[in-house]
Design a protein around this ligand. Structure first.
Ligand code: LMR
Length: 337
């Protein structure tokens, strides 16, 4: 009943897809681009950059409407809304595709799968990244590009310098079975929660800690309710820029090409904005003084890696052994780090 009501509500919002037929500057195609990040976050800035380019390259025949901060939909709902045609573009975290049945995307969640940004871009800008985006077609979606956020760190309301300190620490996570397994690997009970609910859960003690990038921790004020952070940089958080395939394929060819050009040109800008924002956020949180930022010693770092690496093997049936091995090969990484 609830699902039906939701579907009905988004369909009422969506308007006719056929409005895409004869676009003019007076009667433009409207693309609603919804996301969960804060208005000042780099995802918002990247979306604004895309909007500018898209409207310019289509000579105003397309109008991009941006809806940040979960104001239209939360995590799972936004994917449903896109499938139903209520919005036309999203940039969700790739960790959120697993529950839709596209489990291969959860390969990005494997802890320590990417040593650094170079290894990451070998996948997101290479053949493997493209093949993964193509898998979205089976869900009526079309994927264009990856926009990075960054590497995740761990936070809690107690010191957590080593994996042993995580036993029993309740952690908010995104909806990924791989991240769930990662938390269980260190004995930290995970709780899946929408991004928009994380701050409240941390501030009221529903959970003790979480993992996220410095930018997300800062923008959501999570650091204000977390006393300790450990700089594990253990996992990737990034976005796939996606649309509804039926909507996209129904656009005039020249419009499609202009929009695809705008996305492609936004990608390096989005990635640069993310890098800078993560650095700035870390600095700001340190300056605020309420949270202790701890960098593990090389011995402790080895402990984190040893605790997390078994998750690669444990999750191989879910994300695919072949895919994991192809990523090892593409990133020049020896088996098992
Ligand atoms: C999260 O849920 O932690 C992130 O995926 C949110 C985001 O979009 O950065």
């Amino acid at each position: 009943m609830r699902a039906f009501a939701f579907a009905f509500a988004v369909m009422a919002l969506s308007g006719p897809l056929g409005a895409a037929e004869q676009p003019t500057a007076e009667r433009p195609i409207v693309i609603k681009f919804s996301h969960v990040a804060a208005p000042q976050a780099h995802k918002s800035l990247a979306a604004e950059h895309f909007k500018k380019l898209a409207e310019k390259y289509t000579n105003g025949r397309v109008r991009i409407e941006l809806y940040p901060n979960s104001q239209l939909y939360k995590d799972r709902e936004e994917l449903e809304a896109l499938q139903l045609g209520a919005v036309q573009m999203l940039a969700p975290s790739v960790s959120k595709f697993g529950p839709m049945g596209i489990r291969a995307f959860e390969v990005f969640d494997l802890p320590y799968i990417f040593q650094d940004y170079e290894a990451l871009s070998a996948v997101t800008e290479g053949e493997i990244g493209r093949e993964l985006l193509d898998k979205l077609e089976s869900k009526g979606l079309i994927g264009f590009a990856y926009w990075n956020n960054g590497f995740k760190i761990l936070s809690a309301n107690m010191p957590i310098p080593t994996p042993d300190d995580m036993l029993g620490v309740q952690m908010r996570i995104q909806s990924s079975k791989v991240i769930e397994a990662q938390m269980w690997a260190i004995g930290a009970p995970p709780q899946v929660m929408a991004f928009s609910e994380a701050y409240h859960a941390l501030s009221t003690g529903v959970v003790d800690g979480t993992e996220n990038t410095p930018a997300n921790m800062f923008n959501q004020k999570m650091s204000e309710v977390q006393s300790h952070v450990t700089m594990t940089n253990h996992g990737y958080l990034g976005y796939a820029v996606i649309s509804n395939a039926e909507f996209w394929n129904g656009l005039p060819k020249d419009v499609r090409e202009a929009l695809e050009r705008a996305i492609a040109e936004t990608t390096p800008v989005a990635n640069a904005l993310a890098l800078k924002e993560n650095d700035d956020a870390l600095e700001e949180m340190k300056k605020a003084g309420g949270t202790t930022f701890y960098t593990p010693t090389s011995e402790q770092r080895a402990q984190w890696i040893a605790a997390f690496l078994p998750v690669h093997k444990e999750m191989e049936n879910r994300v695919g052994r072949d895919l994991i091995d192809r990523i090892y090969a593409a990133t020049g990484r020896a088996q098992g780090h």
